[in-house]
Ligand binder design. Sequence first.
Ligand code: DGL
Length: 275
Amino acid sequence: MNDTSTLPIGVFDSGLGGLTVLKALRERFTHEHFIYLGDTARIPYGSKSPRTIQRYLEQNIKFLESCGVKAVVIACNSASTQAAQVLAAANAAGTKIVPLYNVISPSARRASEITKNGLVGVIATRATVQSRAYVSEVEKLNPKLKVYQQACPLLVPLVEEGWDEDPITNLIVYRYLTPLVAANVDTLILGCTHFPILRNAIARVTGPHVELVESSISIADQIQSDFESAKLAPNHSGLSSELRVYTTDVSDNFQALAQRIMGTQALKQLELADI
Ligand code: DGL
């Protein structure tokens, strides 16, 4: 078998929100190289049909494969709902595909492990809510658990506008979360790449007794466990981590938003991906 250990890990999102996942992966796996692809020309995915999301996902995986990645992390929840279909289509066509990581399964597992009262909430885009992917994953793990979903489509543009600490955002978060708080969920899955940026606003509404589950942490746990079991080859080369960030559209706004999400992790100029 070829040694893939020194190859980069591909991380894909519909836009820049997935940098929350990339940031967590880089903090955890300091020797790994990463290639990030944000499909900024076609965002949002959360309002698109499953068929369209599948097509975009296939194209984005192909792009990352052409960059020579050893695995693709689908940081986008809306796209993760279509990962199984994309894999099935590749298998049916006899096409070999790199290992795919979706963010739904690890967060569903984490939520099912930590809930004490069996009531789990999910906030996500419309596409993710309509797919019921979190509901079926959680119920598969434990049919006794009850999952309450809430689509929060307005939160993505608020984050992109940089309004994460704005009173308007607090009000909208309150409006979206009230039914879940009333349902008494004790665990809330942040089922969208952008929502960790609203963690404070969300926690102010849910209060300290509701555990927030973030995809970035759950997927990092999953990859760590796959490194430990040698399902995925870790990079032991000792060279410092390299990062390339591609987007399908480039603007000054994106560069500023990307740097804001990455915080202290310095970002080079975004590169244009021709997909
Ligand atoms: N990245 C998407 C997700 O996690 C949110 C943005 C979009 O709608 O494309 O579902």
